[in-house]
Design a protein around this ligand. Structure first.
Ligand code: C5P
Ligand code: MG
Length: 227
């Protein structure tokens, strides 16, 4: 991926923050990030980019030079080196921004605005990812943090594991993912929190109730269009 090489030395954002709105969506494994992102996509026309999904797709791409590296990290609940993940996100964002506009009837707001709205789910999971993305890709507006007790997340993941086919929805990988979350990813939430950029939402209730809270916070942060 050529983006990896250009990323290293880049010290200014490649996208214009006035044209591109990024919201980071964080939470422990099984907190419900993906579910809430789907709701936000249907309601507000965000583009949803899940870092984990992009990594799994890259892992399974036959010509990928990163397949084995990604598989190893995902199985062990470890964070894949940031250059890989950021390059995948940047490439996907560029593709969406350059894609042909959807027909006007498909949305009430101008397509341009909608194409520039991104939910980046499961990222940044480590401080270096946060710094590099904001420096070289685009600064995020804020973080939606879905806060959920570990016992509830474990229950959800084991339930999902019955049908998800994911190599990391098993008791051993789940334990490792929780450890990485506490040691490596929570400090990212604390970092944004120290800048007052975190919207914390209790993710314990059922999904509809969590979504109602999410909408309320979005309206507060982004204005009446999101009410
Ligand atoms: O978000 P999700 O649970 O799909 O992520 C699955 C795995 O992908 C993580 O446990 C981690 O190994 C990897 N990942 C990563 N860096 C990210 C997001 C996910 O290394 N920013
Ligand atoms: Mg997910």
């Amino acid at each position: 991926m050529s983006t990896i090489d250009t990323l290293k030395d880049r010290t200014t954002p490649v996208f214009d923050p006035a044209a591109v709105t990024v919201i980071f969506v964080l939470g422990g494994p099984g907190a419900g990030k993906g579910t809430q992102c789907s709701n936000l996509v249907s309601q507000y026309g965000f583009s949803h980019l899940s870092a984990g999904d992009l990594l799994r797709a890259e892992q399974n791409r036959p010509d990928s030079e990163f397949g084995d590296l990604i598989r190893h990290h995902i199985r062990n609940g470890l964070i894949v080196p940031m250059e890989v993940t950021i390059a995948l996100l940047e490439n996907s964002m560029r593709e969406i921004l350059n894609s042909s506009p959807s027909p006007p009837s498909s949305s009430s707001s101008p397509d341009k605005t909608r194409r520039g709205r991104f939910l980046i789910d499961g990222f940044p999971r480590k401080l270096d990812q946060a710094h590099k993305f904001e420096e070289a890709v685009v600064p995020a507006r804020f973080v939606l943090f879905y806060d959920c007790p570990e016992a509830e997340m474990e229950r959800r993941l084991l339930e999902r594991g019955k049908t998800s086919g994911r190599e990391d929805d098993n008791a051993d990988s789940i334990r490792k993912r929780f450890r990485t979350f506490l040691d490596t990813s929570l400090p990212v939430v604390d970092y944004f929190d120290s800048q007052r950029r975190v919207v914390r939402i209790d993710a314990t209730p059922e999904p509809d109730a969590v979504f109602a809270e999410t909408r309320r916070h979005l309206a507060e942060r982004l204005g009446p269009e999101f009410a």
